[in-house]
Design a protein around this ligand. Structure first.
Ligand SMILES: NC(=O)c1ccc[n+]([C@@H]2O[C@H](COP(=O)([O-])OP(=O)(O)OC[C@H]3O[C@@H](n4cnc5c(N)ncnc54)[C@H](OP(=O)(O)O)[C@@H]3O)[C@@H](O)[C@H]2O)c1
Length: 202
């Protein structure tokens, strides 16, 4: 389940991509709720058509709401996570429930990859900053889905150094609770993709 809210997609659109579409172009529906959708997922799971079912962009708040009616614990919660947004509380919560966290935008966009601490660590280990970040995720037990259209960088992202404890701590210390993705910017009405921060539990 990509998001906790239900969006009616305009004909011809797949995913919202521009700020206008993200902030205004989509109608949020009251029903079905994500609890209703999860019940349908559970039926798919029971039928054997899905071996595992999971969620994305769920917070502790929305996961708690899901557990009110859900019988199956999501196999995975895919969320934005990188050194500027380490979200350790959500990671620990998911771990306590047996939910695997997958980091999207795992390398945190160019803004994070060019952080001086990460650039210095990359020099120290003779790798790219993205490799330092991915090694940090793995050390935290987080699954990553890095994306690269470049064969050389795809290879880089598969060959990771093992970071020393103090270097892992230095990456964690970069956390500043900053979501970097475009769809995490809220509009003047306090909404992003039709929901407020409070509804998301952010
Ligand atoms: N569930 C959700 O709501 C959600 C939201 C966002 C994203 N996602 C998924 O998460 C996946 C990854 O997300 P993402 O593409 O935003 O994050 P990402 O992998 O952290 O960033 C991709 C960007 O990083 C660059 N890059 C990759 N490896 C690099 C390296 N070693 N050195 C320097 N630059 C590097 C890529 O450029 P090049 O291509 O030029 O190498 C690309 O511009 C995608 O599959 C996406 O669909 C899911």
């Amino acid at each position: 389940m990509h998001w906790p809210q239900v969006l009616e997609y305009p004909t011809g659109y797949d995913l919202p991509s521009t700020a206008e579409e993200i902030l205004g172009g989509f109608q949020v529906l009251e029903t079905p709720t994500f609890n209703d959708t999860w019940a349908k997922f559970e039926r798919l799971h029971a039928s054997g058509k899905a071996r595992a079912i999971g969620v994305s962009n769920f917070s502790i708040k929305t996961l708690e709401q899901l557990f009110k009616t859900g019988k199956i614990v999501p196999a995975v919660n895919q969320v934005e996570m990188h050194p500027y947004f380490a979200d350790t509380e959500l990671l620990e919560y998911c771990r306590s429930k047996g939910i695997v966290v997958t980091a999207y935008s795992p390398t945190g966009l160019a803004k994070v990859r060019s952080d001086p601490t990460l650039v210095a660590l990359a020099k120290k280990y003779n790798v790219a900053p993205a490799q330092i970040i991915l090694a940090w995720h793995l050390a935290r037990g987080v699954v990553t889905v890095p994306k690269s259209s470049n064969a050389g960088r795809q290879k880089e992202n598969l060959t990771l150094a093992t970071l020393r404890e103090e270097d892992l701590a230095a990456v964690t210390a970069l956390d500043r609770n900053e979501r970097c993705e475009v769809w995490t910017k809220f509009g003047p009405d306090g909404k992003m993709l039709g929901w407020t921060r409070e509804q998301y539990g952010w």
